[in-house]
Unconditional design. Structure first.
Ligand code: ZN
Length: 189
């Protein structure tokens, strides 16, 4: 089922997600709905807060973006990122590694807004999968960027918080308009 994507100005986007202690049938349904929602919106990642849930849960699929490659290592060995997709991360812990790299980002909660954001070029990740089993991997390229963007969401952090001051100032009017529209829509519901 496709869910409404929460937009900037909705306070749920600023809430830290609760840890998931057991992967119930409700969580499985939420994961399926998040994939439907992400694919409909043509996103590469979606966090629980973006569908109104304050949980440590995100889904990622970078296969659609051929022009921005991803790298993957499992147990130190290079692996095929595409066949690792789609990815469900529950209670993820991310350790940044490697040099910081600037690259373009957008966010489904900020329609039509894009900016270059500096992030670690690679990350070590441990999480639970959709069966509640622990797993870990190292990611680079677009996958590393997507993981950092989505895990930020789980902690109430948005990509506008990571922009340089000049970029943020450039988007200020648009951001204020989006925030006002979101609040008005919520008030009218
Ligand atoms: Zn986002």
């Amino acid at each position: 089922m496709i869910l409404p994507v929460t937009q900037y100005g909705d306070p749920v986007l600023r809430k830290k997600g609760a840890r998931i202690e057991s992967v119930t049938s409700e969580i499985h349904q939420l994961i399926a709905d998040m994939f439907d929602t992400m694919r409909e919106a043509r996103g590469v990642g979606l966090a629980a807060q973006q569908v109104g849930q304050t949980l440590q849960l995100t889904v990622i699929d970078v296969r659609g973006v051929k022009e921005r490659p991803s790298q993957l290592w499992i147990s130190g060995q290079p692996a095929d990122a595409d066949s690792f997709m789609p990815l469900v991360l529950i209670n993820p812990v991310v350790t940044p590694v490697g040099d910081r790299i600037s690259g373009p980002e957008g966010c489904l909660s900020f329609p039509e807004m894009y900016a270059d954001i500096e992030r670690a070029g690679e990350v070590e990740v441990t999480a639970l999968n959709e069966r509640g089993e622990p797993f870990s991997f190292r990611a680079g390229g677009l996958l590393a960027r997507a993981v950092q963007h989505e895990v930020d969401h789980l902690n109430g952090i948005l990509f506008i918080d990571r922009m340089d001051a000049e970029t943020f100032r450039g988007l200020k009017t648009e951001l204020e308009a989006l925030q006002a529209a979101t609040r008005a829509a919520k008030a009218g519901r």
